[in-house]
Write a protein that binds this ligand. Structure first.
Ligand SMILES: *Cc1c(COP(=O)(O)O)cnc(C)c1O
Length: 510
């Protein structure tokens, strides 16, 4: 894509084609030179990601970006030097999600150990469906999943878990297992075995993937009830019970409650114990979507009261690629009861999961999932956990939470410039930025509407200047507001100060 390069291969190698590398040629020297140059390109990205003087992004509109980049697939293959240049150009225009001034997403940061794990994973290039082709990784998965279940609750040790391609799919696994548990014939006989309308419940703050289960699995979104939340964004248990009784009165079958531990926008925690009491009373499955907040299970200081009662759930989604900073993608789903995943999803493909293999086929995890091939997402988490230990993760969690508390404190110290929307329970800090012209205006719905209009403009300015990224969105109660996320080990108090002063610099005239 780029014509000139800072990454020059030797004259002897630069114009060679892929056919001069492994496995086409027995060419350790060429292959090594090529790959080491790629590592140089990657290292420069890692370096600039961690350099506060570098921009977070270099923004171009799609039409402009198309002109800058040469993305076409050529008739004749390109030289090794062109490929190196392609790699350098690709990273040049990539948003640095590990930059200390990137506060935009729940998954961010660039954990070096986890990245090293991802490199190894790519090199091993194996599939996770059988022990036969991934013996070490399968055993690692076993150890790490058991460890995570023990952290959820001492009564979870003998449960079951699997890594899924994202929290949304993890939530889907919970739904499938719950339905299977209640209607074991569904797998063979299908929808006709369920005599009545299944109904599921989640809060109006839940992640949209929960609602998506209801449409994907044949309930219809009208049968995913969005239970009202209180002003803190927590599900109101009395409302849950009211809506269960309402549907029971109609002869429906309420069967599944997904409560959220760490909501995506506000970072709120539903009261698990009270919801568990209701599930127990009506014989319903309790799923805890802790995709976002699960990391706090690792902190003695912050686990309670947020996740108190989680051990009473039947299933838990927990995304290490969020708060724990594991590289994308790494999501886990855990079940208290063993065997459900297998009996629910097993298709016993006889070309893959033969029962007469050399080894104990219990270790062929591939038949527990609705995928066939499964990416290896465990190694980068295992290696990261080896590096940090439980203690390192606990420190990481405490630091993220303390930085968020620091941000709240700094916002409160500047009430003329910032309006804190609610006291956060997590690292989501929701606020408005107040430009000069609105500083002496009393707060009202009209002012909120004005503050809301400022968000997209200020976000646009952040992206144009390339100095900062913070997300914004509206919710049911208010117009656009900023949701700042501190989920990266790179962030310090100084970066929080920078964030607030940069917002003021970019936005005071709006
Ligand atoms: C992010 C998130 C999800 C979805 O996870 P993906 O890995 O993005 O699919 C589900 N639930 C909650 C609460 C989340 O924050």
């Amino acid at each position: 894509m780029a014509n000139s390069s800072n990454y020059k291969l030797s004259a002897a190698t630069a114009n060679l084609k892929y056919t001069e590398l492994y496995p086409y040629k027995d060419s350790a020297v060429n292959s090594k030179e090529f790959l080491q140059k790629i590592v140089d390109v990657l290292m420069e990205f890692v370096r600039s990601t961690n350099d506060r003087k570098e921009k977070v992004l270099e923004f171009h509109h799609p039409e402009e970006m198309k002109k800058i980049l040469d993305l076409k697939i050529p008739e004749q293959g390109l030289s090794l030097q062109s490929l190196i240049d392609d790699c350098a150009t690709t990273l040049k225009y990539q948003v640095k999600t590990g930059h200390p001034h990137f506060f935009n997403q729940l998954s961010c940061g660039l954990d070096i150990i986890s990245m090293a794990g991802e490199w190894l994973t790519a090199t091993a290039n194996t599939n996770m469906f059988t022990y036969e082709i991934a013996p070490v990784f399968i055993l690692m998965e076993n150890v790490v999943m058991t460890h995570m279940r023990e952290i959820i609750g001492s009564n979870w040790k003998n449960g079951d878990s699997i890594l899924a391609p994202g929290g949304s799919i993890s939530n889907l696994y919970a739904f499938l297992a719950a339905r299977h548990k209640m209607f074991p014939n569904y797998k063979e006989k299908g929808i006709a075995t369920i005599q009545g309308q299944l109904v599921m419940y989640t809060s109006d703050q839940s992640h949209y993937s929960v609602k998506s289960c209801s449409s994907v699995c044949g309930l219809g979104t009208d049968n995913c009830l969005m239970v009202p939340s209180d002003i803190h964004g927590r599900m109101i248990p009395a409302e849950l019970e009211r809506l269960i009784l309402d549907r029971k009165g109609k002869g429906h079958i309420p069967f599944f409650v997904a409560c959220t531990s760490g909501t995506t926008v506000l970072g709120s925690f539903d009261p698990i114990n009270e919801i568990a009491d209701i599930c127990q009373k009506y014989g319903m499955w309790l799923h805890v979507d802790a995709a976002w907040g699960g990391g706090l299970l690792l902190s003695k200081k912050y686990r309670h009261p947020r996740l108190t009662g989680i051990e009473r759930a039947d299933s838990v989604t927990w995304n290490p690629h969020k708060l724990m900073g594991t590289l994308l993608q790494c999501s886990t789903i855990h079940f208290k009861e063993n065997g459900l995943l297998m009996s629910c999803n097993q298709m016993a493909a006889d070309y893959l999961f033969m029962q007469d293999k050399l080894y104990d086929v219990e270790f062929d995890t591939g038949d527990k999932v609705i995928q066939c091939g499964r990416h290896n997402d465990i190694f980068k988490l295992w290696l990261q956990w080896r590096a940090k230990g439980d203690e390192g993760f606990e420190k990481h969690m405490d630091k993220l939470m303390e930085l968020s508390e620091y941000m709240v404190k700094r916002i409160k110290e500047q009430p003329e410039k910032f309006y804190l929307i609610l006291e956060p329970e997590m690292v989501n800090v929701s606020f408005w930025y107040i430009p000069s012209r609105l500083r002496n205006v009393a707060h009202s719905a009209a002012r909120e509407a004005e503050l809301g209009k400022i968000c997209p403009i200020l976000k646009g300015r952040m992206m144009q200047s390339g100095t900062l990224m913070v997300g914004y969105q509206p919710d049911d109660r208010r117009p656009n507001f900023f949701r700042n996320i501190i989920s990266s080990a790179a962030v310090t108090e100084k970066d929080v100060d920078f964030l607030l002063s940069e917002l003021d610099k970019l936005g005071n005239d709006l």
